[in-house]
Design a protein around this ligand. Structure first.
Ligand code: HEM
Length: 407
């Protein structure tokens, strides 16, 4: 190896963006390799190739999400026990039993039935900024649609949505000094959302109705004949709010950044909006919102020519597999016409494939169908400001200008 290993769990390794040159070299020279981690003492395998990520994601019996959670950070046994109540940190057979409870709310037919309403929300968001000719794109545009949609689905009152926004920001921003200073603050933010979940449940029990589909599903759903406990309900509430909110915002913000940087491709989308759906797939491929998720090997298993030992920590880098040259031609080129852009792995694959992928795709497409014809000639006011993180490729702020709408 000519290149010393970068510690991919050090947020500073991303200070200048995702280290694509490093990943490219690893894919070529040592696609699955062991990395010592001095800060925690828990080393990990780095997965950089598409096929290896695919194998690991599709074999949950060999690569567990429950053992040490799907998150890369090290936690106490007590915290792991709590985390295991969340879908994302479960293994088969429990995982599917829990997933089935809410799965129906996210199938394409149900998601598409919300199209007109989601479009109205997107229009309102753009109405608020279009005449001004400037906005802080992340908070005023990118954050709003996913936040409004998921809060509505989860029965969060409109006036409380900024509390959710604030707390989910703190939860994901543990490594960013602007967002959170201590781990305890992150825990308190999660506790506030958790407590709000109890309130929603209590309100629902006092006033049961058929309108709140997702709450209905959670309250009436059963696992092995048993209803969810209050804690399980609140954990579901928490994961849906966090997962449905930050990720879609991030792709919207990164997508806009890519269009500002590539005005020729933006013009093609203005001229032919039918290209927007594929452009969204290319945003997802090029700038995945989630950089990595974790698994823990449950047995000795050979993958990518390496022997992974039972108990080993394994990190799958979506940032790298989406640029695997064996799957994507000229992978570092941003190209809205890429014929296989949709094959990205930004939603994962296999057992834990993103539950909200149809909803996220719909929100992204509709949002850009509103943005592209109305926020014309967008330009940066200053450089986009990214969150300090080894987990999420999130933007904090991106002030922009555009031609003020006159009509
Ligand atoms: C662009 C937006 C999104 C991205 C990039 C994204 C990404 C991901 C990824 C990579 C996973 C796989 C986790 C793993 O393999 O361990 C996942 C799972 C999940 N996502 Fe998303 N997500 C997005 C939007 C959403 C939305 C809108 C929702 C819900 C409303 C959602 C809910 C979930 C849930 C509940 C899981 C766990 C599924 C399971 O464990 O079975 N996501 N997401």
């Amino acid at each position: 190896m000519s290149c010393p290993h970068l510690n991919l769990l050090d947020p500073d390794s991303y200070a200048n963006g995702i280290p694509h040159d490093f990943f490219e070299q690893q894919r070529r020279e040592q696609p699955l390799y062991w990395q010592e981690e001095p800060n925690t003492g828990v080393g990990f395998w780095v997965v950089t190739k598409y096929d290896d990520l695919q194998y690991i994601s599709k074999h949950p019996e060999q690569f567990s999400s429950a053992a040490r959670t799907a998150l890369s950070r090290e936690m106490s046994e007590e915290d792991i026990m709590l985390q295991r109540m969340m879908l994302i940190n479960m293994d088969p057979p429990d995982h599917l039993k829990f997933r089935r409870i809410v799965n129906k709310a996210f199938v394409p037919k149900i998601v598409e039935s919300k199209l007109a309403h989601i479009r109205d929300m997107a229009k309102d968001i753009i109405d608020k900024v279009a005449r001004r000719g400037e906005c802080e794109f992340v908070s005023e545009v990118a954050a709003e649609l996913p936040l409004q949609v998921i809060c509505e689905l989860m029965g969060v009152a409109r006036e409380d949505r900024h509390m959710i926004f604030h707390n989910t920001n703190i939860m994901i921003g543990a490594d960013d000094p602007d967002l959170s200073t201590t781990e305890d603050e992150g825990k308190m933010a999660a506790a506030e959302i958790f407590a709000y979940g109890y309130k929603i449940l209590e309100n629902y029990r006092n006033n049961p109705n058929d309108n709140d589909n997702l709450i209905n599903m959670l309250v009436s759903g059963t696992v092995d004949g048993e209803q969810l406990t209050d804690d399980e309900f609140s954990q579901f509430f928490l994961i849906l709010l966090v997962a449905g909110n930050e990720t879609t915002r991030t792709v919207t913000a990164n997508g806009m950044k890519l269009l500002i940087e590539n005005p020729d491709q933006l013009q093609q989308l203005v001229d032919d909006p039918s290209l927007i759906a594929n452009a969204v797939e290319e945003f997802l491929r090029y700038e995945p919102a989630v950089m990595q998720f974790r698994r823990t090997a449950t047995e000795d298993v050979e993958v990518g020519g390496q022997l992974i030992k039972s108990g080993d920590k394994v990190l799958m880098f979506y940032t790298s597999v989406n640029r695997d040259e064996d799957y994507f031609d000229a992978p570092h080129q941003f190209d809205i016409h890429r014929s296989n852009a949709k094959d990205h792995r930004s939603f994962g694959i296999g057992e834990h494939f993103c539950l909200g992928s149809h909803l996220a795709r719909l929100e992204l497409r509709v949002m850009f169908e509103e943005i592209i014809p109305r926020l014309r000639n967008p330009k940066f006011v200053e450089k986009p400001n990214f969150m300090r993180s080894d987990f999420l490729n999130s933007m904090k702020t991106m002030p922009i200008t555009f031609d003020p709408e006159t009509a």
